[in-house]
Design a protein around this ligand. Sequence first.
Ligand code: ZN
Length: 269
Amino acid sequence: MDAEPAPSRSISTHLRGALGACRGVWRHAARLALDIALPTLCVACREPVDGEGVCAQCWSKLSFIAPPYCPRLGIPFVYDPGPELLSMEAIANPPAYARARAAVRYDDVARTLVHALKFQDRTDLAPAMGRWMARAGRELLAEADALIPVPLHWRRGWSRRYNQSGALARVIARQSGVKLVSEALRRVRPTQQQIGLSRPQRASNVQGAFRVASHRQSEIQGRRLVLIDDVLTSGATTDACARALLRAKAASVDVLVFARVVDTHKAPI
Ligand SMILES: [Zn+2]
């Protein structure tokens, strides 16, 4: 009936707002003080740790991927088959992207980190994860013109407030000096969640689902790009993104992820 709120209500609203702001500032200050007073915490288990990153125990549980690996897919080999020898998977099912690299295998600690970043707003994990990715993708980044994060919106989990691929890409851009081009890829048709789908189903689910945003065309055409994502599973999503970038006349597309699923039965040639 009345458009204006009653004065008492208005005052209490203002008070609540002011108190909320104070709490926000105080929380920030308290957090800062804690950061200064306390040693750095392990990004996985939050135990105090010397330096940054993960504690020795969690570190030992992470499987960092190092050569020898398939030069195309970055799948680790158990022995060195010699230079330029591809994995069976790269030969049988060559992706649209040129090369993929991952910092770690997608196992327990890696999953903890990915889930914390993705679902628990643990943005403090992005710097360490991004640094490991920058190291794993050094070779790709040295030749790259731009970083393209895989867009968030195709996934479920709409409530998530930010794009974890974008957060990782920002760290990698700072580390490598390669330009970040955000919002280059757009989902142009709905897709269902990839979990639970077979490999062919995953591929058809995301086929043609992405397009380069028209205002980003000039930043894609003729450029050597690195797609950034948190996890590589079947590769269907990254492949669909790579196809969209190549359709927009990218010179080349490589892929850099934090963790990749490695099928230990198929990995060695
Ligand atoms: Zn730990």
